[in-house]
Structure formats: structure tokens, C-alpha cells
Design a binder for this molecule. Structure first.
Ligand code: PGA
Length: 249
């Protein structure tokens, strides 16, 4: 089976007013000039999805959401359905980010239901998993991460496009990263679970690394075993930081 193209996805989190569209435009223009080997996605706040999709239309930049509700519609004040993201121009959606698991009590079952919602709407889910520092220090990183994959990845993913993002909670926004050996150990374990669960689909789905990916460490991380791309937070906000990470893939 051929190796799928890596995926470099930018997670803007709750950052970005209209002026930030210029950063996405700059990424799109640079990729036009020098096409990347990787697929590239930008996941802005929901309020910017349709404008960002318009700003990068016809370019190599894909647009993604950062979360969605499992249901397609209903009395869920403040929430956004996958269908709404898709209609606004999103092709992907980040689900189960640790900031949502920790801050909004999202369990594996909740994340799995959201993944089904994303698939129903034709979105490619990026399913986030990752251990806390306490869990790593207790020697439980592999156990925690593989359990999250099993619990958050529903059977409906078989035959569909999706990615897993391994994001150690303690590496997010901290400037700390695991060693390459630690990253590879987790990615190899996640790959084994995906193959067991989904066969050929599980063998081909990219496993992204996320957590303090920067222009300075991207090449080393992206060349590690079973690392099929990156989910980038802070360094995705500026084209000048995001582009060298894309080029490193
Ligand atoms: P960071 O965030 O790159 O700023 O560490 C990554 C993420 O939370 O997806």
C-alpha cells in the first residue's frame, strides 16, 4: 500500500478576527508558488470558516472546524453541527482535543458520537488523543492513549478518511516535546490498534503528532516513524511560522 500524503493541520483555537485571513491567504499563495508534498489544512474559529474557505478557494489549503456537535440539528444553544461546518466550506474537523476533553468533559463516547456526526456530514475527522504529565510519569502513556483511540474511533471509520492526532497534554502550548523515541513508541502503538480495528484503512490513516511543533523541530518530528503529519497550534497562526513546518513534511 502506498504511503498517504502527510497532513499538516493548523489549529487556530480561539484566535482570529478577519485580519487573520491574510495569514491563510499568504499560506495559499506560497503553496501556489511552491506546491507542498503534504496536504495542508487550516482550522479557524467557526466564525471565520466561510470567509476563510472563500479566501483560499481554488488553492491547496483545506479548511477545517475545531469541534462539532454529534447531532445534525436541534435545541443545542451555542453548538455547531457537522453539516453546518461542511456547508460553510470545511472539509475536516478536529474532534476530542484535550482542551475540550478537559474543559468540557468530553468523554471517549462523546468524541466517538461526534466522529459519527462528522462522517455523516462528509467531513474528515482528526481525532485527538494524548496523556497528561501525571499519566506519563506513572508509566501509563501507552495504556491511556490506546484506550482513547479504541473509545473515540467508532466502527463507522472503516473505509473512510480520518486521522489520529497524538497530542501529549503536557506538550501543548508549553514548548516541551517528547523525545523522538517517546513519539515513535506511541505512534507505533496507535498504528497497531488502528490496524487491528480497521484493517487496511487503519494501516493507511495518518497519525499526526501535535504539541509545540515549531519550524525548529518540525523536520525531526515529521521524519519519525509512523508520524504522518502534525497538528499545529501556536505556530499555525502566522504564515511565516506555518510554512516552514509545511515544507518540512
Ligand atoms: P501547540 O498546540 O502547537 O500550540 O502546542 C497544539 C494543539 O493544541 O493542537
Amino acid at each position: 500500500m502506498s504511503t498517504p500524503r502527510p497532513l499538516i493541520a493548523g489549529n487556530w483555537k480561539m484566535n482570529g478576527l478577519a485580519a487573520a485571513l491574510d495569514e491563510a491567504r499568504a499560506v495559499a499563495a506560497a503553496l501556489e508558488e511552491r506546491p507542498a508534498g503534504a496536504r495542508v489544512a487550516v482550522c479557524p474559529p467557526a466564525t471565520l470558516i466561510d470567509r476563510l474557505a472563500e479566501a483560499v478557494a481554488g488553492s491547496a489549503v483545506l479548511v477545517g472546524g475545531q469541534d462539532c456537535r454529534a447531532e445534525a440539528a436541534g435545541a443545542f444553544t451555542g453548538d455547531v453541527a457537522a453539516e453546518m461546518l461542511a456547508e460553510a466550506g470545511a472539509r475536516l474537523v478536529i474532534l476530542g482535543h484535550s482542551e475540550r476533553r478537559a474543559g468540557y468533559g468530553e468523554t471517549d463516547a462523546v468524541v466517538a458520537a461526534k466522529v459519527e456526526g462528522a462522517l455523516r456530514a462528509g467531513l474528515e475527522p482528526i481525532i485527538c488523543v494524548g496523556e497528561t504529565l501525571a499519566e506519563r510519569q506513572a508509566g501509563r502513556a501507552l495504556e491511556v492513549v490506546t484506550a482513547q483511540v479504541r473509545g473515540s474511533a467508532p466502527a463507522a471509520l472503516a473505509g473512510r478518511d480520518f486521522a489520529i492526532a497524538y497530542e501529549p497534554v503536557w506538550a501543548i502550548g508549553s514548548g516541551l516535546t517528547p523525545s523522538i523515541e517517546q513519539i515513535e513508541e506511541v505512534h507505533v502503538a496507535v498504528r497497531a490498534v488502528l490496524v487491528e480495528m480497521f484493517g487496511a484503512t487503519g494501516a493507511a490513516s495518518p497519525i499526526l503528532y501535535g504539541g509545540s511543533v515549531k519550524p525548529t523541530n518540525a523536520a525531526e518530528i515529521l521524519s519519525a516513524r509512523e508520524v504522518g503529519g502534525a497538528l499545529v497550534g501556536g505556530a499555525s497562526l502566522k504564515a511565516a511560522d506555518f510554512l516552514p513546518i509545511i515544507v518540512a513534511a
